[in-house]
Design a binder for this molecule. Structure first.
Ligand code: DQA
Length: 142
């Protein structure tokens, strides 16, 4: 069982950036918690601030992983290229957001990616990632 988490731009600043929206935990300590919670699952993590690098990672893992948990950050709202990458791979991709984007500025209400994804989870803080993992386990009968 292999799951890839991909975080996009500015998510390297979790725990530092806009704490009232994104909380005060960095992603690495949260990832450790996920590894402890799911010892039998390989959970790989990749973060980039660069759109093309996110696309390269989707291409690299998109044919041999069981699921992708993708927080594309602001590219969610703008990137046709990432939407095309998601549509072009076999592995199901779940779009996640830490914040409830629907409670925020109107430009965050639209996702360019959602129609190419299996589904969207938003607004549960870092727990959004765990909820997405639970779905990937469920569809694999685990
Ligand atoms: C985000 C929401 C996006 O609108 C924003 O640009 C982010 C983070 C979230 O996880 O809530 O960078 O994807």
């Amino acid at each position: 069982m292999k799951i890839q988490i991909i975080n996009g731009p500015n998510l390297n600043l979790l725990g530092v950036r806009e704490k009232s929206i994104y909380g005060d935990t960095g992603f690495e300590p949260y990832l450790e918690e996920l590894h402890k919670r799911y010892p039998a699952v390989r959970i790989d993590y990749y973060q980039s601030n660069v759109e093309g690098e996110l696309i390269n990672k989707l291409h690299e893992i998109g044919f041999n992983y069981d699921g992708v948990v993708l927080n594309a950050g602001a590219y969610t709202h703008t990137s046709v290229a990432i939407a095309d990458a998601i549509a072009g791979i076999n592995t199901p991709v779940i779009e996640v957001h830490i914040s409830n984007v629907y409670k925020r500025e109107e430009f965050r209400h639209h996702s360019m990616l959602a129609a190419s994804c299996k589904g969207v989870i938003a607004g549960f803080g870092l727990d959004s990632y765990r909820l997405a993992i639970e779905h990937i386990l469920t569809i694999n009968n685990i």
